[in-house]
Design a protein around this ligand. Structure first.
Ligand SMILES: [Zn+2]
Length: 328
């Protein structure tokens, strides 16, 4: 039988080692009932979870891969398998709420419709509020035999320790730059090296940019930051100018530019990028402090503390202005 038309498994080549470990556990019937997939966003971890679910639900799996042709495989590819339940923040909410975990519990308590396993994919797991997390913990403590939980997170430290300890942790490495670049080039992405650099080495983030025209948005953000550092705008104007963009996205962009400046400074090289070039004139220690500060802001934005994003953005721009002003 031809294998053409099958989804590649693992879905991306950089998951090969993780996939082989997972497939081995399944084949030897020693897969834990809950996996915690820990990896950066923008590298395809959710697609990995989907492929794992497909392999576990496939009616005719082959060694190391699902068949891609059975009813279960087709239903998963059509996003409508009744025994696969997705949990994530709904309707623009930042967090996963207890009602969603109750719905999930109703699902796990039922018998699988296709007679096999049941799968829950919960992502991003760190966005569960405390009530949701406690409810999930109960389900993890009393697992029903045929249900497998795949929890996906970028920030495992924000999960309750009791949840972490109930899951088997699978660490997913960000692909090597060269591998990611090769993959982008194979997918006919032009200017792939610059894009990948700008995306902090995360190939799926590049694809996301291209699909949603975020590249233009990034150039706009760069202009606003440049004006702020040049002194042609103040921090309030700058925060207002970029307020339509996602705050987490802005923080991540800034981190990428700062990291690039720190890297270039360590190599004692200049940069063709005017914004990075400007940052390069600042003391590295101060850049690193700002980088950490951005990390703290990002954690706050992703937390369930419900911060005011606009206020946070103004603080970020004010700190950037300060960073650019002082010289030592
Ligand atoms: Zn199948």
């Amino acid at each position: 039988m031809s294998l053409a038309g099958l989804l590649p498994q693992p879905p991306y080549p950089w998951f090969t080692a993780v996939w082989e470990g997972f497939a081995r556990q399944v084949e030897q019937d020693r897969l834990p009932h809950a996996l915690l997939l820990v990896g950066q966003t923008g590298i395809g971890t959710l697609e990995l979870a989907r492929a794992m679910a497909q392999y576990l639900l496939c009616a005719a799996p082959r060694p190391g891969r699902s068949c891609g042709q059975c009813r279960a495989c087709l239903l998963i590819q059509a996003d409508s398998h009744p025994d696969l339940h997705w949990v994530g923040p709904e309707d623009g909410a930042q967090s996963i709420k207890i009602g969603q975990i109750r719905e999930m519990t109703d699902f796990t308590n039922k018998t699988a419709q296709q007679g096999g396993r049941k799968l829950v994919v919960l992502s991003p797991a760190e966005t569960m509020n405390i009530n949701a997390a406690n409810a999930l913990l109960k389900s993890l403590e009393e697992p029903s035999g045929d249900c497998v939980y795949l929890l996906v997170t970028e920030q495992p430290a924000f999960l309750m320790a009791t949840i972490r300890s109930r899951c088997s942790r699978v660490q997913i490495r960000t692909p090597d730059f060269a591998d990611a670049l090769q993959w982008l080039e194979r997918n006919r992405v032009t200017d792939a090296e610059n894009l990948l650099q700008a995306a902090g080495g995360r190939p799926l983030r590049v694809m996301d940019w291209l699909a949603n025209d975020l590249w233009g948005q990034r150039e706009q953000l760069r202009k606003e930051l440049q004006s702020l550092l040049d002194g042609t705008s103040n921090f309030l104007e700058c925060a207002k100018g970029v307020s339509a963009y996602g705050s987490v996205w802005i923080v991540e962009q800034l981190q990428i530019w700062i990291a690039e400046a720190v890297r270039m400074s360590a190599l004692t090289r200049g940069s063709d990028d005017t914004l990075v070039g400007h940052l390069l004139t600042l003391p590295t220690q101060r850049l690193l402090r700002y980088y950490d500060l951005l990390g703290a802001k990002k954690r706050l934005l992703l937390s369930t503390a419900n911060p005011n994003p606009q206020l946070l953005l103004e603080e970020i721009m004010m700190d950037l202005k300060e960073l650019g002003r002082k010289s030592s």
